[in-house]
Design a binder for this molecule. Structure first.
Ligand code: FES
Length: 410
């Protein structure tokens, strides 16, 4: 699993930027349509990545996965509403044995489909079935050039397998799309990572600096690189991109914490993205269930049309009626919509406040403190907590170890 800003999204956001209606629509009305459907078909995963953005309490949501028929109906309903891009994600989607059926239906419906995978479970037989079924795109997560860091950060022995899967994807004529989440343990290897991607024949490489949600928030002190390392990474990427003979397209996703303005998260709440989680919850963003006092619709009870247009959850942060100062009177508000609601809540305890990433936010000191903490050896040398079912159960049961400093359970 990669980060909320996966390559598929970078690409689609670019493609759709001219079409997406925006923001400044009054709350409780929408003329928008969900152009992107992300199907998080399972939270089960053979990897245990320290930076996974899945909810830390995902175990609560694993019991009741939608059936194949329910997914197919979801795809049909979303397509009727205008969805054109389908991401099939997780957890590890290949842990389900019905992805082939989902792919065939997606093709019939006219989606551009993208499988987002760790590669575990991708066999010759399955990739051939995906090809025959009409899957357009496979995005593979990679972690480092060294076996040691790959295996450490995922808490698995998957280094060799990933190299093999990359070759298999290429061998079946797919564009090679690699996603690498950058953090303290691999950011120093960036040049070698880009060389590896090029040698594997990558067409696209997304370098996604860790954003701090879910498990990456739990491990923030351990994962966050220094500002100088991020600046250097950006410089190296620019230099590599400018190499005359490099055809590989590189996306560098800048980390929030080192900027001074927040991102327009998900291109606006309920503007273009609709996520259906493994249990059928319909969400405007991956982390939305951390927000208090919002009941999210579920496809078992409500149609997607209701979820998108009428549900209080999708209307909650549409437009700017909900904003308080300093966002309300800020000249930047249409550009960033006050940043990320989940980040605002997770860090400050107030979902309606400005994203603390913004230097104008009264809570910006929380970001400065986080950067300072990540350099404090007492905090940053604590062991990483990996994304295991057992740990997730503990978080679900309210064990707030390591997250006492935050205002909410991630
Ligand atoms: Fe940004 Fe939820 S992750 S609004």
């Amino acid at each position: 699993m990669s980060t909320p800003t996966s390559l598929g999204q970078s690409v689609v956001q670019k493609e759709l930027s001219g079409q997406a209606k925006n923001n400044g629509v009054a709350a409780n009305t929408t003329q928008t349509q969900p152009l992107w459907l992300l199907a998080e078909v399972t939270y089960r995963c053979p990897l245990q990545c320290a930076f996974c953005y899945n909810p830390a309490d995902f175990d609560k949501h694993t019991q009741n996965e939608l059936s194949t028929e329910q997914w197919i109906q979801t795809l049909r309903d979303a397509r009727k509403m205008g969805a054109i891009q389908l991401g099939i994600s997780g957890g590890e989607p290949l842990l389900r044995d019905d992805i082939e059926e989902i792919v065939i239906e997606a093709k019939k419906l006219g989606y551009y489909s993208n499988l987002i995978t760790s590669g575990v479970g991708l066999t010759e037989k399955r990739i051939q079935a995906f090809k025959d079924g009409g899957l357009d795109h496979i995005q593979l997560s990679m972690h480092d050039i060294t076996e040691e860091i790959n295996n450490f950060i995922t808490n698995t022995k998957t280094f060799k397998l990933k190299q093999k899967v990359a070759a298999m994807i290429k061998g079946h004529g797919y564009p090679m799309v690699l996603n690498v989440v950058l953090h303290r343990y691999n950011i120093g290897h960036l040049k070698e990572i880009m060389e590896m991607a090029e040698a594997l024949g990558a067409d696209y490489l997304e370098l996604a600096n860790t954003q701090y949600y879910g498990w990456s928030l739990v491990n923030r002190d351990q994962l966050m690189p220094l500002k100088e390392q991020v600046d250097e990474a950006e410089r190296i990427t620019k230099e590599f991109r400018e190499k005359a003979n490099s055809k590989m397209k590189i996306f560098f996703v800048v980390p929030d914490y080192f900027g001074d303005r927040p991102k327009k998260c998900m291109n606006g709440w309920g503007e273009v993205f609709m996520i259906v989680a493994a249990n059928g919850d319909v969400l405007p963003c991956h982390s939305a269930r951390v927000l208090p006092n919002i009941e999210f619709p579920n496809v078992r009870e409500h149609g997607l049309e209701y979820a998108w247009k009428e549900s209080p959850a999708f209307n909650r942060y549409r437009g700017d009626d909900w904003m308080k100062e300093p966002c309300r009177s800020c000249s930047e508000k249409e550009n960033d919509l006050g940043g990320c609601r989940c980040q605002a809540f997770l860090l400050s305890g107030d979902a309606e406040s400005a994203d603390p990433v913004c230097s104008l936010s009264p809570n910006h000191h929380l970001i400065e403190q986080a950067i300072e903490d990540s350099q404090n050896p007492i905090l940053s040398e604590k062991p990483i907590i990996f994304r295991t079912n057992e740990k997730s159960k503990e978080y679900g049961e309210g064990n707030k170890e390591r997250i006492e400093g935050f205002h909410a359970v991630p």
